[in-house]
Write a protein that binds this ligand. Sequence first.
Ligand code: ADP
Length: 172
Amino acid sequence: MRTAIYPGSFDPITNGHLDVLQRAARLFDRVIIAVAQSEGKHPLFPLAERVAMVKAAVAHLPNVKTDSFNGLLVNYVASCKAHTVVRGLRAVSDFEFEFQLALMNRKLDENIETIFMMPKDTYTFLSSRIVKEIARFGGDVSLFVPAHVQTALQEKFRSNPVTGRPADKISG
Ligand code: ADP
């Protein structure tokens, strides 16, 4: 059974992520889409919400499983008894970081291979960050994310139009 891990923050999952995932699901017996805690990135959506959005978005893909992880990706991959990591490459701008990450992961565990998949050209400009920026200002993101993600973004920014987060406590 060939298993691939598709890791990321998925804050939130976009149609670009889904495009890469669908391509990977055709190549492997099983793909685990692994949502990273990514606390250091201060995600807009807490882990549980990101996982729930991913689960709903991949429900139609029978060989895709959703999971989450914290800590080193290589440890998570080994715990799944997998050897392959899938990452998406959109443009040259992704290359440097992804190249560094792939080689570092190989240094940490030489059994792990990273494969890169290019999305459909219409998704090469798409990122979770840009989708959040558009949604923050009330723009239409229906072409870029599944409907339930669009609703979640609208609700987030309705509660706080500036940050999408509950108001910070004022300390002191
Ligand atoms: P991370 O925080 O690990 O970068 P992301 O959720 O931003 O997580 O992205 C996860 C993976 O999906 C990365 O490999 C990223 O390059 C890829 N990715 C993100 N958006 C797209 C897209 N529109 N098309 C293809 N790949 C994408």
